[in-house]
Design a binder for this molecule. Structure first.
Ligand code: A2P
Length: 337
């Protein structure tokens, strides 16, 4: 394993970037030099890493020469412009945006599901999947390997942290305003998010789905390497700060019992089964996932409406496993090569 790795975190002041730094320190990633980068707006400010303060540098004027690993989480347009420059300078880029996820020459990797794909990166870029796909596939991959998934019906219950720091602030501000009988004043979301649910993530497409819903379709097929898997998704934003939940209904080629699925999931890496069939015996964002690494799975049951159907409830911290943790796990794979 490589020691004294020069690491750049792009978007270091954001919700994901900040967690990337935290996780690098928690997992004792062998950081030699560290560069924390953001826009001109926050350049000159400071962020903390492993008890030390680092000055935020402006990405636009930063020279990437010498960087070994660059973790990008500053949005798609920033990745499109700067990730190839970092890769050309010799860095392996791990990109949390959707900019390169569907490119054939960029692997899309969930560390527990298709780690070998990370080795084949002709452009020096590895894409980190969307948070909802990430947790869903950590739970579904073991079942797919055993019984072959034909179809997935999923409804997500996504927390506001997935939208970024401003959305976290909006939920807090709106909650306070509503409790004081004041107008909610939506800014980040098109309608009030506090005490509400919004069936809309990303942009609307011709087919009536949204871009966030279609990510679940294409990313699932690419990561599992099976274009025949049918995916029908409804993405919903809910007034939760951290942790996405998903009601996942699958149809498999071979019948798989709930007991066998539970057994497979109990030994799956990165997955924890919480399935008591009693009040509180299931995972929720607040009681289980928030601030934690595993993907929690509960409510595992055979679908009474389909002979080869299975229903599951999947919850994970979208900022950790859904973004920052997987990115750091990919960096660990790269330095371990
Ligand atoms: P900045 O603090 O300078 O705006 P979030 O998703 O939580 O809103 O965070 C987005 C992250 O991406 C922040 O660190 C933000 O930095 C960074 N970012 C946004 N636009 C740019 C840009 N043009 N160049 C570099 N970093 C950017």
């Amino acid at each position: 394993m490589k020691k004294n790795v020069t690491v750049a975190v792009v978007g270091a002041t954001g919700a994901v970037g900040e967690t990337m730094l935290k996780i690098l320190a928690e997992r004792a990633f062998p950081v030699g030099e560290l560069h924390v980068l953001a826009s001109e707006r926050s350049a000159g400010g400071k962020v903390d890493f492993a008890g030390r303060q680092y000055v935020v540098q402006d990405l636009a004027t930063f020279d990437p020469a010498g960087v070994d690993i660059a973790l990008f989480s500053a949005g798609g347009s920033v990745s499109k412009e700067y990730a190839p420059k970092f890769a050309a300078a010799g860095a392996v880029v791990i990109d949390n945006s959707s900019a390169f996820r569907y490119d054939d020459d960029v692997p899309l990797v969930v560390s527990e599901v298709n780690p070998d794909a990370a080795r084949n990166r002709p452009r020096g870029i590895i894409a980190n999947p969307n948070c909802s796909t990430m947790q869903m596939l950590a739970a579904l991959a073991p079942i797919h390997r055993e019984a072959g998934i034909e179809r997935i019906n999923v409804a997500t219950y996504q927390s506001v942290s997935g939208t970024g720091r401003r959305a976290l602030e909006e939920l807090g501000r709106q909650t306070a305003r509503m409790l004081n009988f004041q107008d909610p004043q939506p800014e980040v979301y098109p309608v009030q998010i506090a005490f509400n649910v919004i069936p809309h993530g990303g942009d609307f497409l011709e087919n009536g789905y949204t871009t966030e819903e279609m990510k679940l379709v294409s990313e699932t097929r690419k990561i599992l390497g099976d274009d025949s898997i049918q995916v029908n998704a409804t993405v919903v934003r809910v007034p939760v700060f951290y942790g996405h939940s998903e009601a996942v209904h699958i149809e498999t080629r071979e019948k798989i019992s709930a007991a066998r699925a539970r057994e497979l999931l109990a030994s799956a890496p990165g997955v924890e089964v919480v399935d008591e069939r009693a009040p509180g015996g299931y995972p929720t964002p607040v009681t289980h996932a928030s601030g934690q690494d595993p993907v929690y799975v509960g409510r595992i049951r055979e679908d009474i409406s389909h002979p080869r159907g299975l229903a599951l409830w999947v919850v994970a911290d979208n900022i950790r496993k859904g973004a920052a943790l997987n990115a750091v796990q990919l960096a660990e794979l790269v330095i371990g090569e």
